[in-house]
Design a protein around this ligand. Structure first.
Ligand code: ADP
Length: 477
């Protein structure tokens, strides 16, 4: 199958969150599963600085966007069996940050229109265009809009993956024609309209051939108001084309036996290196150097849906458990401030790094004993899978992909690979943290067993690629 994968970020070129990990790894797995795959991304300033000398120029065209005719360059880079295309327009993409600009709607409207306009310039005409999140939500709509006049694209099918339904690309009604160049009928028949506004995500959900959510549980949850951010009725209406496919992780990149960020390497059969990673982490973060104290870590954006209010509510009780606590992340001021303030209360037992630091993240995965992820909602979550790969036992709330990947430890038979709680409740979270710390101190061999179970889980992309293949086949036949 010929697949064009459209995304707004991908590792190793640019990353702000989990989408980049997916877009960086799934395409290669799809190639290994027998597909021909190209990925198309915006050529952001950061990408250009790091990679442009390895790219070749393909062509430039004019892209129609409402009343504008916009310059669009196309660059190509071949890597790991995947063709990577980059859409160039310095006015839209030569900026420091990927998102958060006043004209994001126009920027990604341009990008989505460019994906369609550039189809004849690509190495192959795709059979499937696989889009991701609101930034590429206009692609299925533009495709439907164009195919009336353009027979060559008529047979292309679209898959739309919801990584996070919270971000929907919502704009005033006046943007429909002026900004996005769509006829009023798209709004009048409700396809792209929601609560009186243009809603790009809704448009994609209504027009694509298959919707996927990034975990089976998240696919179920999206039918309910608590999780769907107003999109529940749209999801219910399109339930027949909705699938849940669990994300994977890059098992080569995330490998404690080879990760250059780690103080020492280790694997299931040779765990000694993990203790060295822990000692290094304690030194580096000015924690008391004690190999026998469990380190609980949070590696996360510090935003409310990550469940941090639960942590704040019982933080002192957690610290009463004779553990060390490490937080890596940035985000909402109130959480940053909370952890900053707590630092002074727990010298030698707590560390905070405010910001984004990939190397430190890997060192924490390597050196910590427990990873806390009590999310209110979590479409898939990568951190818990990376943690397990590094022998760090996850403590999670049973939601979305956390529920699909972390199974509760059952003392009587030794089953499970982590600790879980169901209700969004700080008392329940504290209870399982206590269980985890208790197991660490009082049953080290069982705790070791949990680490090893996590390390041997198959979170590879090849499993997910197989599921996507089946979806591609089903909409082509
Ligand atoms: P989300 O996509 O909602 O941010 P995920 O768990 O799906 O959450 O993916 C987060 C990814 O970003 C993981 O790879 C995690 O290790 C990484 N990450 C999160 N916060 C930081 C940080 N402050 N520094 C470095 N890496 C981080």
């Amino acid at each position: 199958m010929k697949v064009l994968f459209a995304a707004s970020e991908a590792v190793p070129f640019c990353k702000t969150g989990g989408l980049a990990d997916v877009a960086g790894s799934l395409p290669q797995a799809l190639v290994q599963a027998g597909n021909e795959v190209a990925v198309i991304l915006p050529l952001y300033q950061k990408v250009a600085e790091g990679w442009k000398d390895q790219m070749s120029f393909v062509c430039n065209i004019e892209v129609p966007l409402g009343w504008r005719r916009v310059y669009c360059g196309l660059f190509r880079l071949d890597k790991d069996g995947v063709i990577w295309y980059f859409v160039d327009n310095e006015y839209y993409f030569k900026r420091e940050a990927l998102y958060g600009h006043y004209d994001d709607g126009e920027r990604f409207g341009f990008f989505s229109r460019a994906v369609i306009s550039l189809l004849p310039a690509l190495a192959f005409m795709p059979e499937i265009i696989h889009c991701n999140d609101w930034q590429t939500a206009l692609v299925p709509i533009y495709l439907k809009d164009e195919c009336v006049r353009w027979p060559e694209v008529r047979g292309i099918k679209t898959v739309f993956t919801v990584h996070n339904i919270e971000y929907q690309g919502r704009y005033g009604k006046e943007t429909l024609e002026d900004l996005f160049g769509l006829a009023p009928g798209w709004f009048a028949d409700g396809t792209i309209a929601m609560d009186g506004d243009v809603n790009l995500l809704k448009g994609a959900l209504m027009t694509c051939d298959a919707i996927t959510a990034v975990s089976p549980t998240y696919a179920q949850e999206l039918r309910y108001a608590f999780f769907a951010h107003g999109m529940e009725s749209v999801m219910q209406r399109n339930a027949a084309k909705l699938h849940g496919v669990l994300n994977g992780i890059d098992m080569v990149r995330y490998d404690p036996a080879a990760d250059p960020a780690l103080e020492d390497h280790y694997s299931v059969s040779r765990m000694a290196g993990k203790a060295k990673c822990k000692a290094k982490l304690q030194r580096q973060l000015h924690l008391n150097e004690d190999p026998n104290v469990p380190i609980i870590a949070i590696i996360s954006r510090l935003v409310s849906h990550k469940g941090l209010d639960l942590v704040c509510r019982v933080f002192d009780q957690i610290m009463d458990l004779n553990c060390q606590f490490v937080v890596l992340g940035s985000g909402d001021w109130n959480y940053e401030q909370f952890f900053e303030e707590k630092l002074g209360h727990y010298p030698g037992r707590m560390a905070l790094y405010r910001g984004y630091n990939e190397k430190l993240a890997m060192q924490i995965y390597g050196g910590a004993d427990l990873l806390l992820m009590p999310s209110k909602s979590e479409p898939c979550g990568l951190a818990q899978m990376i943690a397990m790969r590094y022998g760090t036992v996850p403590i999670v709330r049973e939601t979305g992909g956390l529920k699909d990947t972390v199974h509760p430890y059952e003392a009587w038979c030794g089953a499970g690979n982590g600790f879980t709680f169901a209700d969004y409740n700080s008392g329940d979270m504290l209870y399982v943290i206590r269980q985890a710390v208790d197991l660490y101190y009082n049953n080290p061999s069982a705790f070791k067993g949990l680490r090893k179970t996590g390390m041997t889980e198959d979170f590879s992309w090849s499993r997910s690629a197989q599921s996507y293949n089946e979806i591609y086949q089903s909409i082509r036949s």
